[in-house]
Design a protein around this ligand. Structure first.
Ligand SMILES: Nc1nc2c(ncn2[C@@H]2O[C@H](COP(=O)(O)OP(=O)(O)OP(=O)(O)O)[C@@H](O)[C@H]2O)c(=O)[nH]1
Ligand SMILES: C=C(OP(=O)(O)O)C(=O)O
Length: 219
């Protein structure tokens, strides 16, 4: 089994728009970059991930990818959308011999490599889909697709149920798996505070995001 992690990254200046009213542009950009950095570090430490593909038009993300052993960067010059970017990564992963992909967002900095390895260990030889819900239970924070093109990702509001239905339509086995550190994505200020509280309890990891949060006052 050859597992490739696909990490779509929106250009940092356009990222995290739902935090527009809560953080300055500079802090929002720095947060996006810090979170992507921590996700890249966690992916590098995940034994079950053979290669990392970053899909982005963000020059700083390209530099980060090079610095953290990401195998390649697939360009996304126009921020084509989360699902479109993920699809580009899946196509590139297939060209590189992937038999499984894990789609990971760049806004889950608490990602624990041990938990990700445990998730990958649950994926069979396929056809199968593992859906990792967000902390609200109705979004999707990660997908494990075996084979990579078993179904097309369809991120956005209500995506958990949509992904489960798409898996059924594809005749694939489907399981929703809660992964504590993958459930902590950051879209809103509430998410940021939930992440901060979780990091207060967690040992290690997310060093760049921890550093940034230390400079952002608690609500
Ligand atoms: N390459 C690429 N990645 C994207 C795009 N849109 C979202 N992503 C990535 O997909 C993951 C989850 O996306 P969102 O939670 O919607 O992040 P976001 O678009 O910055 O958040 P909002 O601006 O608040 O919608 C993050 O890693 C994003 O960087 C896109 O158009 N292109
Ligand atoms: C976060 C999700 O979608 P998007 O990243 O596109 O907002 C989701 O599908 O739960």
């Amino acid at each position: 089994m050859r597992t490739v992690a696909v990490l779509p990254v929106k250009r940092f200046g356009a990222a995290k728009q739902r935090l527009n009213d809560d953080l300055s542009d500079g802090t929002r950009r720095a947060l996006a970059e810090a979170m992507v950095t921590d996700v890249l570090i966690a992916l590098r430490r995940t034994r079950g991930v053979d290669e990392v593909l970053v899909v982005s038009g963000e020059h700083a993300a390209v530099a980060l990818a090079a610095g953290y052993d990401a195998a390649a960067v697939i360009d996304d010059p126009t921020d084509a959308g989360h699902s479109a970017a993920a699809l580009r990564g899946i196509e590139a992963a297939l060209e590189r011999g992937a038999t499984r992909v894990v789609l990971v967002p760049g806004d889950c900095p608490a990602l624990d490599p041990v938990e990700l390895d445990a998730l990958l260990a649950r994926a069979g030889t396929g056809p199968g889909v593992l859906v990792v819900p967000d902390r609200h239970g109705d979004g999707t924070n990660a997908l494990v697709l075996t084979p990579p093109d078993v179904m097309a990702p369809a991120f956005g509001p209500g995506s958990r149920a949509r992904h489960e239905e798409l898996a059924r339509e594809a005749g694939a086995e489907c399981e929703a798996v809660e992964v504590r550190t993958l459930g902590l994505d950051v879209d809103t200020l509430d998410d940021l505070e939930a992440l901060r509280e979780a990091l207060d309890r967690l040992r290690g990891g997310a060093s760049h995001t921890r550093g940034l949060l230390a400079r952002v006052s608690r609500r």
